[in-house]
Write a protein that binds this ligand. Structure first.
Ligand code: ADP
Ligand code: MG
Length: 738
């Protein structure tokens, strides 16, 4: 084998290119392009087909415009309503077209007069002039050729797409042929082109077909590297001898099950049996537990911890927010009460099981006691937030770790907790809502999977309705009043705290609505136009006042948000649990924390600002018993097309697995994966939505390769080198560890 290796290019700085001087190198660095490898994997995001262009004079009202033209002038000004308006006027010899942008003043500085650009967007006629609102405008410059790649660039970075194309051209010419690390038999079987053709085809395609085939190959490589890592890691953990073989008779577990106020579902029983087998085996457990909202994951987690405790170890249960930690602690206290452990030193020969709660808000004295008891082994189970991974927390014999809502923790944090154990502890990871199959394969591909595919019996349907506009929301308030009169309770969730308080604090941030703008995609026509909301989103503080004075007057309302003092928060939650309050007006702090079976109405304000998973999770706060329940999704402004699809999906189904797939369809991969994904800077082109099939193929090839040669030697040596140099270090540290 000969030819250039990608890993070599990673060691060559971009300044080595003739066209890149120190100043340009600094500008590239701002785009996180340091090496020639970074440069040639900074792929174009779009391809402009110059043959498929229209003349400005021929554009009619309402038509999609695709024109290449020269910038004549640009300007920005402030309007009377306080918004800013930027305009870029372009001309192509047949006419002029004005591109308008609201509240994006920087657009006026984006291009200079004389620049050649392409414009995509919908034409409208306004006072006789042609204009297009919020178009996609790309700099084409003096590039020739029928197909012109457009590179991602930010408003700030001082490198244009045209310059990038030039640097890449030089880099590819000087690099020459690339070595292909994937054995030819796989490429032939999957119909993939070779690496050299793929890199050229993506940056300098002559045909659209080349551009697409190039993408397929490059995406496959990204996914294969990742899958090799995951499959190897899974195999390495399975082979590790350092795990704990928990020795238990199952007495504690049996007592726990007897004490439960309900019968376990079949799915819960299967999951517990699987986990118990894992714990008894000598290798460390690494298992993902998935299940829909309300499927009863907490009980399964507690069962796992109990197996460890019976075998003489301690258990840690780590969750992302304080509210959730408190909720789990409460459930644990209730479900584990009365359980005893054998203890020769005690008079009766046994002692009660000890469970504690540890968060950053735990008072100092209490905290000191907990730390002491964890260290001495007097505490059996600790439930907490990332306070658990603080330096000063030491365990006597940590044996089982449960991490809930893992997507909010990084892989590193989980590893820190695991390191607090003498041997490799057994790990159970739980997700808040189901995640789609290909995402699970990519993100949790190193774990064994268990799915709770059954809800406890007798759960009633939650009727879900989207109500648009201030008039129609009255139906929601009417239902709240009715249900409260019938002795039930309700939640009202707002996207913001309001009252002049900054949003923020643990578990209290509304998801960034920007996340839900469509990802830019290859060959994609215009971006969606995001309309301004007609009124600002509602804050819980103001909403509490408005509702108590108006639609919900006479009911017992209270406020709950993440910035309240812990005591105050606990007080409100306790009062709500005990039925002393009718309606909780809150932020998303209730998202995963509250478990009140008597609550039957969930009203979500400005629901278009939330993502599918979050809406589903919020809705899951009701319908937790056999009582009929309702969920109302309120919106004030015209939602974007994406938001509308989310709301319709929620109305259409209550199945979290279906919603997860829909979510992936809507959002693409990146944001579904959260923290775990962020470390994966190696996935530059792959999109878990578009590339479902490639994910499966890469997985299959990785399994074949690893079973053929777990060491990845011989013909796989180049792949091995690539995985260890191109996949982020923290990730690859796990590889070949054994
Ligand atoms: P999730 O899977 O969403 O975390 P939880 O563990 O919070 O669900 O359980 C939801 C509710 O259902 C809790 O009140 C829990 O006590 C109850 N529950 C769990 N398992 C069962 C079961 N087998 N039968 C009836 N109720 C159950
Ligand atoms: Mg839960």
């Amino acid at each position: 084998m000969s030819g250039r290796r990608l890993s070599q290019l990673k060691r060559i700085g971009v300044a080595e290119l003739r066209r890149v001087g120190p100043k340009r190198a600094a500008a590239l660095s701002a785009l996180e392009i340091e090496s020639v490898y970074d440069l040639i994997t900074h792929y174009p995001r779009r391809l402009v087909d110059r043959t498929n262009q229209q003349e400005i004079a021929a554009l009619a009202e309402g038509e999609e415009a695709v024109v290449t033209a020269k910038v004549v002038r640009s300007s920005s000004r402030r309007l009377r309503n306080g918004r800013s308006l930027a305009e870029i006027t372009v001309a192509d010899g047949t006419g002029t077209l004005v591109c308008t942008f609201f509240n994006q003043a920087w657009r006026a500085r984006q291009f200079e007069a004389g620049d050649t650009v392409t414009v995509f967007g919908k034409t409208s006629l306004y006072r006789g002039r042609r204009q297009v609102a919020n178009p996609v405008v790309d700099l084409i410059g003096n590039q020739t050729g029928r197909l012109v790649p457009v590179y991602p660039q930010s408003a700030k970075a001082a490198v244009t797409s045209v310059q990038l194309a030039g640097y890449v051209e030089e880099a590819l010419e000087r690099a020459g042929e690339f070595e292909d690390p994937v054995p030819g038999r796989f490429l032939r079987r999957l119909g993939l082109i070779d690496r050299t053709a793929a890199l050229h085809g993506r940056h300098r395609p002559e045909t659209k077909e080349q551009w697409m085939k190039a993408r397929e190959r490059l995406v496959f490589d990204e996914l294969l590297r990742l899958q090799l890592l995951l499959v190897s890691r899974r195999r390495a953990t399975a082979a590790a001898a350092k795990g704990i073989a928990h020795r238990v008779a199952g007495r504690l577990l049996a007592r726990f099950e007897e004490n439960l106020p309900f019968e376990l579902t079949g799915a819960q029983k299967r999951a517990i049996a699987q986990i118990r087998a894992d714990l008894e085996a000598p290798h460390p457990m690494n298992r993902l537990l998935q299940g829909d909202v309300g499927a009863g994951k907490t009980v399964v987690a507690l069962a796992a911890l109990l197996v460890g405790v019976e075998g003489g170890y301690q258990g840690a249960f780590m969750v992302p927010t304080e509210v959730l930690a408190e909720q789990h602690h409460l459930s644990a206290a209730r479900l584990l009460s009365g359980l005893e452990l054998p203890d020769e030193s005690r008079l009766g020969g046994s002692r009660p099981l000890e469970v504690a709660l540890l968060t950053n808000k735990t008072p100092a004295a209490e905290r000191a006691r907990i730390l002491e008891e964890l260290k001495s082994g007097a505490l059996d189970i600790v439930i907490g937030t990332h306070a658990l991974i603080a330096d000063r927390v030491d365990f006597a014999r940590l044996g089982v770790v449960v991490v809930d809502e893992q997507h909010r923790f990084g892989v590193e944090q989980r590893a820190v907790l695991a390191e607090k154990a003498a041997a490799d502890p057994d790990l159970l990871v739980m997700t808040a809502t189901p995640i789609p199959r290909t995402a699970a394969m990519t993100v949790y591909g190193d774990l064994d999977h268990t799915t709770l595919d059954e809800l406890p019996a007798g759960r009633a349907e939650i009727s879900t309705r989207w109500l648009e506009g201030d008039q129609r929301e009255k139906a929601a308030w009417k239902k709240v009043v009715e249900e409260v009169r019938a002795g039930h309770q309700a939640y009202v969730v707002c996207p913001l705290i309001g009252g002049g308080l900054e949003a923020g604090g643990e578990g209290d941030e509304p998801e960034d609505p920007d996340l839900y703008e469509p990802e830019e995609e290859d060959d994609q026509a215009p971006r969606l136009v995001v309309l301004e909301p007609e009124r600002p989103p509602r804050g819980a503080v103001e909403e509490l006042a408005r509702l108590s004075a108006g639609p919900l007057a006479g009911l017992r309302l209270a406020l709950l948000h993440g910035q309240m003092a812990p005591k105050e928060k606990e007080g409100v939650m306790a009062a709500f649990r005990q039925g002393e309050l009718d309606v909780l007006v809150s932020t998303t702090v209730v998202e995963v924390g509250l478990d009140v079976a008597n609550a039957t109405v969930m009203v979500i304000e400005d629901a278009d600002r939330f993502g599918i998973a979050q809406l589903h999770q919020l809705r899951g706060r009701v319908g937790r018993s056999s009582l009929d329940s309702w969920c109302y999704l309120l919106t004030s402004s015209e939602p974007t097309e994406q938001a509308e699809r989310r709301l319709r999906a929620l109305e259409a189904t209550q199945d979290g697995f279906l919603l997860a797939e829909e979510d992936l369809d809507l959002r693409g991969g990146g944001t579904v994966l959260g923290a775990r994904q962020k470390g994966r800077s190696d996935l530059k082109l792959a999109n878990l939505r578009l590339d479902r099939q490639l994910v499966r193929r890469a997985r299959q090839v990785a399994e074949e390769i690893v079973s053929d040669d777990p060491e990845l030697g011989g013909e796989y040596a180049a792949l091995r080198e690539e995985v260890s140099t191109l996949v982020s270090e923290e990730e690859s540290a796990f590889l070949f560890r054994s």
